[in-house]
Design a protein around this ligand. Structure first.
Ligand code: NDP
Ligand code: OXD
Length: 316
């Protein structure tokens, strides 16, 4: 029997170049950047990053939406997001990138990178006190795919690791805390805070002054450190600056910002205690992600269930 033609894929992205995604997706399906009218019946899947609002709203045969990122907050900004399954990125290479970023930033703060960077131009030969990793507790907010992998890498380096999640998820070797009631004890046992939460109504603005104030400052590192690679709108930047000024925080590494790109006028760019990266901790690589996406579409067309689905109720 001749096979029914595969439906078309709508690739709807803003703020990034879709060329490579288009090229690779086209190896498996016909891909369009815009539907043939708002109710185009030929579109069966959409692959999106900050899709044009309402572009998905009236597509009658849309079976699922694939997010180009692990985070899906960008999708929920669309008032016309239809009620179809949403698949997000869970991929080994993305997890590896994030693990590298977290280990890099934790080690740089732990091994006093900023002290040496400030000493070198002045030719200062001075060794600051260096606590062993075993005396430092890294607390990870968000024990999902990325948080758990980072936790394992930090445990292997000898750090003590705490983790906080919505449901109190347990991870071997990690002191696990869950829910609002256990946030304070989690923070109180944490010297370096790593934020790997999704942005949802429950987490928006969570990294504010009160939260930072609850971190352990009286430690062998000489203060509390913040690392945020989750989402910029989890943090209140005015509060972070205040915390850096009054010693609540010793240093921060920020990969994500309330507004991206970070505006030229932001004091974070030039703050001596802040390390800025341009939302580059773990970038989605189409060479690794398109193959699994196409395979999921084919499997779903054969009647198999989708994997890595977003829980709409929870928002991630
Ligand atoms: P997961 O969905 O696998 O994990 C999310 C974790 O956050 C879970 O442990 C979950 O708890 C926890 N969580 C969610 N809501 C709350 C809450 N209200 N209170 C406490 N804990 C909560 O996500 P990933 O690990 O794959 O990714 C995490 C985030 O990283 C993404 O959403 C994205 O925003 C960001 N990201 C950033 C990148 C970058 O380049 N900067 C790249 C990729 C992702 P529970 O386990 O109980 O469900
Ligand atoms: C993601 C990201 O969510 O790159 O994957 O931010």
């Amino acid at each position: 029997m001749p096979q029914a033609p595969k439906g078309r894929v709508l690739l709807s992205v803003t703020g990034m170049n879709p060329r490579r995604w288009h090229e690779l997706l086209s190896a498996g399906r016909e891909v369009v950047l815009e539907p043939d009218g708002p109710a185009d019946p030929s579109i069966t899947y959409a692959v999106v990053w900050k899709q044009r609002p309402n572009v998905l709203a009236a597509l009658p045969n849309l079976k699922a939406v694939f997010s180009i990122g692990a985070g899906v907050d960008h999708l929920f900004n669309d008032p016309g997001l239809p009620d179809v399954p949403i698949v997000r990125v869970v991929a080994e290479n993305l997890t590896q990138y994030m693990t590298e970023y977290v280990v890099w930033r934790v080690l740089d703060h732990h091994r006093q990178g900023s002290v040496y960077r400030s000493q070198q131009p002045r030719k200062i030969w001075h060794e600051p006190p260096q606590p062993p990793a075993q005396e430092v507790s890294v607390g990870i907010m968000g024990l999902g795919h990325l948080g758990r992998a980072a936790a394992r890498a930090l445990l292997a380096l000898g750090f003590r690791v705490n983790g906080w999640s919505r449901t109190g998820r347990q991870v071997e070797g990690v002191a696990c805390f869950g829910g609002a009631d256990e946030l304070k004890p989690f923070l109180g046992a944490t010297d370096i805070l790593v934020v790997l939460l999704p942005l949802t109504p429950a987490t928006r603005g969570i990294v504010g002054y009160v939260l930072l104030r609850s971190l352990r400052r009286d430690n062998t590192l000489g203060g509390a450190v913040l690392i945020n690679a989750g989402r910029g709108k989890l943090q209140r930047e005015a509060d972070i600056l205040r915390a850096l000024e009054d010693g609540t925080l010793k240093e921060a590494s920020l990969d994500v910002f309330e507004q991206e790109p970070l505006p030229a006028g932001s004091p974070l760019w030039t703050h001596p205690k802040v390390f800025v990266t341009p939302h580059a901790a773990a970038t989605s690589d189409p060479a690794h992600l398109v193959g699994p996406m196409l395979r999921q579409m084919d499997a779903h067309d054969r009647g198999e269930p989708l994997t890595d689905l977003v829980d709409r109720e929870a928002g991630y």
